[in-house]
Design a protein. Structure first.
Lengths: 309, 270
């Protein structure tokens, strides 16, 4: 089992042979794994200290000069610390800057609330030109980073701290703006991203034993959203449960709800953190306490089935 | 080689444009723009290695205007030096214009980055300077910042970065006019001694009368020769320079002159 941040660190080294790639980090490269790139291509690695606003600004300078900068720190610090720079210098310029933040979400664990970014998706998807990708595992993280490098424009790739079960393989498809149906079903659409995809698959297994046929979608591309796949699924199933390691306010669930309410408003339940800060604890304990397990998804499915007209 | 008289003449024209643009739009920021007209005339007509007919020429010097609210001085300088027709200056701040209230990278070739939210441009200039170095270019990266802008902590992050990487292809210019929206800068947010601060960050410092063309030209020549450290030209300018009723009055930071006031100003700038 490997983490999505490992995927990032590993693929950056491969991509790094392209002399246009530069990497910037804010004193966390041993944790974000940009240190691997730094070792191979030291002349294109820029240690920016604990000064995230400047780091993002510098990345813009590189991008406007034809380079492809990858910018890393914890998700707790970028976007929030540098949001104005991201809004004006990155997005308004449509600068080719790739923000790859690690240690997103509750499962950062013992560091506690200040380090548990749970509002980053909400903040960034509100910005025009910004694309938001949340890979579900190591292999998908590699593909996401590579796709971001190959696609012009601002990107946010949300990566986590912990090792995750393998859901995808090197051969499974990945395309920005395309969601992947991992498991077909007819009673409910479970749409998840990041660490919650494997929880969704576990939930679907449990539900099947209870006679409920759940469709599971890996929605790694929050922005741009795969309208077609989502709508096809929901037209079929008639109800939705979204699952994310993020506040209920403004994340994946909200994205889906915004779209569905305009196209096919069906009952939806949100598995997310319900507008509260996190705390110190072991990742599994925190997921339990804050309602982010497969059991919570099962409960949400039963609730939403009850709301079906 | 463009002489002092020629450049002072250009500065005068730029000042007239600024008054006409801002009064025409009924909005804009005259004080800083007028104060910086001499430096912009020097940059666009002498100092910058650039090709107005080829704004994306890969070996050009770059000029980042971080305090984007003084956009009028940049637009006039660009038009007068051949980036776009002077006629277009009339569209300043109007709907669908390429001349947005604060400079827009996506709209106007020749603008190196959008700006307007203070404290960002210098970081961008640092990134450009490093990229230029990676590509072994001779280009200089110029970055204009305002003194009010140095209130922003992010400015000092950029100043540290320039020191870390010893960016001697980076030349910053501080528009030290000692005013900002709410009043006199040293009362609002004291920064003196600005010179000592930059020296403490291992920058070279050149202080000048920012409205003296001779001093401006001498400062840029000196700045271009500096090796091994970034350099800042602290330019003490008169905000509203050239218009008697605007000079040194902070209220003109963001106040457009009325038609009558503009008329008087243009008379003075004949």
């Amino acid at each position: 089992m490997k983490s999505t941040r490992e995927g990032y660190g590993d693929v950056l080294v491969e991509l790094g042979n392209d002399r246009n790639i530069v990497v910037l980090d804010a004193d966390l490269s041993a944790s974000t794994y940009t240190n691997k790139f730094a070792k191979e291509h030291p002349e294109r690695f820029f240690q920016c200290g604990v000064a995230e606003q400047n780091m993002v600004g510098m990345a813009v300078g590189f991008a406007l000069s034809g380079k492809t900068p990858f910018v890393s720190t914890f998700a707790a610090f970028v976007p929030s610390r540098a949001l104005d720079h991201i809004r004006v210098s990155v997005c308004y310029n449509n600068a080719n800057v790739k923000l790859a933040s690690t240690h997103a979400g509750l499962t950062v664990g013992e560091d506690g609330a200040t380090h548990q970014a749970m509002e980053d998706i909400a903040a960034l998807r509100a910005l025009p030109n910004m694309k938001v990708i949340v890979p579900a595992d190591y292999e998908e993280a590699k593909k996401a980073v590579k796709a971001a490098a190959d696609t012009f424009g601002p990107f946010y790739i949300r990566l986590g701290r912990n090792k995750l079960p393998e859901i995808t393989s090197p051969e499974s498809p990945f395309e920005i703006g395309k969601a992947n149906v991992l498991r077909e079903g007819t009673d409910v659409s479970i749409i998840a991203c990041g660490i919650m995809v494997s929880e969704a698959l576990k939930a679907a297994e449990d539900l099947e034993k209870q006679g409920v046929s759940a469709e599971v979608i890996n929605n790694h591309s929050i922005k741009p959203l795969d309208y077609e796949t989502i709508l096809n699924s929901v037209n079929k199933t008639g109800c939705v449960v979204t699952a994310e390691e993020h506040q209920i306010n403004g994340g994946l669930g909200s994205t889906i709800a915004e779209f569905l309410v305009q196209n096919n408003p069906v009952p939806q339940e949100f598995v997310a953190v319900h507008d509260t800060f996190g705390e110190s604890g072991k990742p599994e304990e925190l997921m339990e306490k804050y309602g982010l397990t497969s059991k919570d998804i099962v409960r949400a499915v039963k609730k939403v089935l009850g709301r079906k007209v | 080689m463009e002489g002092v008289n020629f450049l002072n003449d250009k500065a005068r024209t730029i000042r007239r444009d600024i008054i006409q643009m801002i009064s025409g739009a009924k909005s804009g920021h005259p004080a800083g723009a007028l104060g910086m007209a001499d430096i912009f005339a020097a940059l666009y007509f002498k100092i910058l290695n650039h090709k107005p007919e080829e704004p994306d020429w890969s070996d050009r010097d770059k000029l980042v205007l971080s305090n984007g609210h003084i956009s009028a001085v940049r637009y006039s300088s660009m038009a007068r030096s051949g980036y776009f027709p002077v006629e277009e200056l009339k569209s300043f701040r109007k709907l669908n214009s390429r001349l947005q209230g604060h400079p827009s990278y996506k709209d106007l070739p020749g603008v190196e980055s959008s700006s307007g939210s203070l404290g960002q441009g210098l970081s961008i200039a640092v990134g450009m300077a490093l990229a230029s170095r990676l590509d072994n270019k001779e280009s200089k990266i110029y970055c204009v910042v305002s003194d009010g802008e140095l209130d922003e902590g992010s400015s000092w992050e950029a100043i540290t970065a320039a020191n870390k990487w010893k960016l001697d292809n980076l030349i910053a210019i501080v528009d030290r006019n000692k005013i900002q929206i709410s009043g006199n800068s040293e009362e609002i947010w004291p920064l003196e001694s600005l010179k000592d601060k930059f020296l403490a960050y291992n920058w070279d410092v050149i202080e000048i009368d920012g409205n003296s063309m001779e001093e401006i030209l001498e400062a840029f020549e000196k700045a271009k020769q500096i090796v091994g450290k970034p350099v800042v030209i602290i330019a003490y300018t008169v905000p509203g320079k050239g218009v008697s009723f605007m000079e040194n009055n902070y209220e003109w930071h963001g106040r457009p002159p009325s038609k009558e006031e503009a008329k008087i100003a243009l008379e003075e700038l004949k």
